[in-house]
Design a protein around this ligand. Structure first.
Ligand SMILES: Nc1nc2c(ncn2[C@@H]2O[C@H](COP(=O)(O)OP(=O)(O)O)[C@@H](O)[C@H]2O)c(=O)[nH]1
Ligand SMILES: [Mg+2]
Length: 507
């Protein structure tokens, strides 16, 4: 059975190569010389097709699940992946993951990943940071990385005893959520994007953050000829505004690479900023040059990411620091709401959506998870989940979104607190206790989340400046000192349930 489907795949792939050869033979006489194309090149192509076919045949019998993990910077991606892998390798704390509970996972092991050009997720380094004798949070990653974990499984169901064990590869891809929020740019001209961004910056909520940049903009002449130092200072001031927006808890700030430039730092594709449109944009103006760079950013930065990485994802988790946004205030929550709609649009555009060409294969399941739920006593988790559900429902209504299964959840990838009831002003108060970054042990009650999410989301939508009758606190806890029993992964909250939703059905 397997070998015949393998042959079929070989046959299906072969014509691709044939076309290439034919076109080479046809153009060979008059077209590029043999030196240009190179016999080696053809041999290389053929070898690659066979390699692909071999990989294709193997992947028929050994399926691959590509799990995307995203979220804005500091939402908890690195901690999530580290804990997920640790808990899949040692499954003592994964009782809500069905195949683990049924004892069908015979083995789990890390493998070299299939993509040679994507950096490996540094699992061992991150795990060492979290589980050493002086545990500390791993350093933040700022780009894409990947890790392959393979699972050896006993099949489920009635025929289980008649079928042998199977292997499934889980390719976990970590990429910044900031990159996803660049997607709407593909559908916006420079003039449209400039308008929208300037309008947002001048809005009451953000005006104070944009002061420096807007002052610089006003002082300049938009019809001036392009001059690189002026271009650089505008781009710098604009980037500072984006950083401040982020620090103030906002979620929307394209272009994402301005915050996480990686090796593009200082390149022209990242040296532009929004400008009001001059009456007659002409060649040589700063405006025209920025417009060109904006288009170049889309072409050379945004599109390749979607084509090369994003389009291949099967399952996706989006980590959201909802508690952080609630702490930051109504405008940050409102911003999160619109960012979630943008994110959903990326994943599952309708059939005739301009995006469907680019995103290709469509993701089947998306989990929106509020992270760091260990900052809340479990009696408040339902409220946090209800807020996530309301945000998700709203995002689905607003996005041109079809088909994928979605869910909202509250999780902690690494539980850093224990629960404790204290007496406060004579009445009991449910707290979480942990160790702060400076080594003090504290019990904290971050505030009461409302039973009805509308109590937060309505003022947020109406543009309230702060919460009327509530305050939400936050601290950063140090990672816990974990004493692991044999067979146990890292302590978490509902990581197993999240994993079940994401991949349980495939195991
Ligand atoms: N208490 C707690 N803090 C977390 C958890 N996950 C992440 N954090 C905090 O969030 C910070 C950012 O997490 P990280 O995984 O580096 O975020 P990334 O930038 O999305 O990869 C960490 O340094 C921790 O302070 C969690 O499960 N519990
Ligand atoms: Mg990270």
């Amino acid at each position: 059975m397997h070998s015949s489907s393998g042959r079929q795949s070989a046959r299906r792939k072969y014509p691709v190569d044939q076309t290439f050869l034919n076109s080479y033979i046809r153009t060979g006489a008059h077209g590029p010389s043999e030196d240009d194309l190179g016999i080696a090149n053809i041999a290389d192509r053929i070898a690659r097709v066979f390699d692909d076919t071999k990989a294709g045949a193997r992947e028929m019998t050994e399926p691959v699940i590509k799990l995307g993990v995203t979220g804005l910077s500091r939402s908890g991606k690195t901690v999530f992946i580290t804990s997920l892998v640790a808990n899949l390798l040692d499954r003592g704390r994964m009782s809500q993951l069905q195949p683990a509970a049924e004892g069908r996972i015979i083995a789990a092991f890390l493998q070299p990943q299939p993509d040679d050009t994507v950096p490996r997720f540094e699992y061992e380094t991150h795990l060492a940071a979290l589980t050493g004798s002086a545990p500390h949070w791993p350093t933040s990653t700022r780009s894409i990385s990947q890790l392959r974990l393979s699972l050896r499984l006993r099949p489920a169901g009635m025929l289980a005893s008649m079928r042998g064990a199977k292997t499934i590869h889980l390719d976990i891809v970590d990429y910044p959520g900031e990159w996803l929020l660049d997607l709407p740019l593909l559908n916006q001209s420079y003039a449209e994007w400039s308008d929208k961004t300037l309008q947002q910056a001048r809005s009451n909520a953000r005006a104070s953050l944009a002061e420096g940049w807007l002052a610089l903009l006003e002082a300049g002449d938009i019809t001036a000829a392009h001059d690189e130092p002026a271009a650089q200072s505008l781009a710098k001031a604009f980037t500072q505004y984006l950083h401040k927006s982020r620090e103030a808890g906002y979620s929307g700030f394209a272009p994402g690479r301005f915050l996480l430039p990686g090796d593009l730092q200082g390149s022209p594709a990242l040296t532009f900023a929004p400008l009001p449109r001059p009456e007659k944009p002409r060649q040589g103006m700063l405006y025209t040059e920025f417009q060109r760079r904006y288009e170049s950013y889309k072409k050379h930065v945004v599109k390749p990411f979607f084509r090369n990485h994003f389009a291949k994802i099967d399952r996706q988790i989006v980590l959201v620091d909802a508690l952080g946004a609630i702490h930051a205030g109504p405008q940050a929550v409102e911003d999160l709401r619109s960012a979630m709609a943008d994110v959903l649009t990326c994943f599952r555009p309708g059939k005739n959506h301009w995006l469907s060409d680019i995103t290709g294969k469509k993701v089947e399941k998306i989990l929106f998870a509020a992270t760091k739920a260990d900052h809340l006593h479990h009696t408040q988790h339902p409220q946090l989940t209800a807020i996530m559900e309301a945000l998700l429902r709203d995002a689905k209504d607003r996005a041109d979104f079809h088909g994928a299964t979605t869910q909202a959840m509250s999780i902690a990838a690494l539980r850093a607190t224990v629960e404790q009831r204290v007496t406060h002003d004579g009445s009991p108060l449910d707290c979480v206790r942990g160790v702060t970054a400076d080594g003090k042990e504290i019990a904290m009650h971050p505030g009461d989340l409302p039973d009805d999410p509308a109590h937060l989301l309505t003022p947020a939508r109406q543009g309230a400046a702060k919460w009327l009758d509530a305050e939400f606190d936050t601290v950063q806890f140090a990672p816990p000192v974990v004493i692991r029993k044999r067979g146990d992964g890292l302590p978490h909250i509902r990581l197993d349930k999240a994993t079940q939703f994401l991949i349980g059905d495939k195991l």
